[in-house]
Design a protein around this ligand. Sequence first.
Ligand SMILES: [Zn+2]
Length: 182
Amino acid sequence: MVRLTLPAVQVADSFAPTPAGRLVVPGFALPAREVEIDELLVAKLLQAAKDAAERAYAPFSQFRVGAAVIMDNDPKNTIFTGANVENSSYGGTICAERTALTSAASAGFHRLRYLAVSVRDALHSPLCDRSPCGLCRQFMRQFCDPNAGNPSLIFVQDGAPDTMAQVFDIERLLPWGFHFNK
Ligand SMILES: [Zn+2]
């Protein structure tokens, strides 16, 4: 196990008065968060994500992505994997992250522990070329509990020789993520 601090974020509100009312840029505050990470499990997940990318069906983009997840309430630590699957009707395409999470949710698990994503064709590219799309971030948000003591963590594989992955909790990956409280 390794310990890591997710850094605090502190941004104040800012306002601009207009005749029609104020324009508001909402501030944002996240406390620093200590997390304990099972690095062997994460390495295994990243490898599973990388392997899954080999099975991507991406005839249009040739952009192959794999994902692997472990859910929090699964005593067997089952690894669910997924890859991006494209469609002639482009809107029918689904990303690797959602394929893996859909598989886990379909098996009855609804709280994410770790998600690893491996972008086979951009492993050595900047983070913005490898990180989950907005739709997937919102999809992940559904399975994350921001108030839990052990937060769900997302790992984005990095091809740099001395780096394993970038790590996020959902608040840092998706500020102001929508959540329906019924
Ligand atoms: Zn996506």
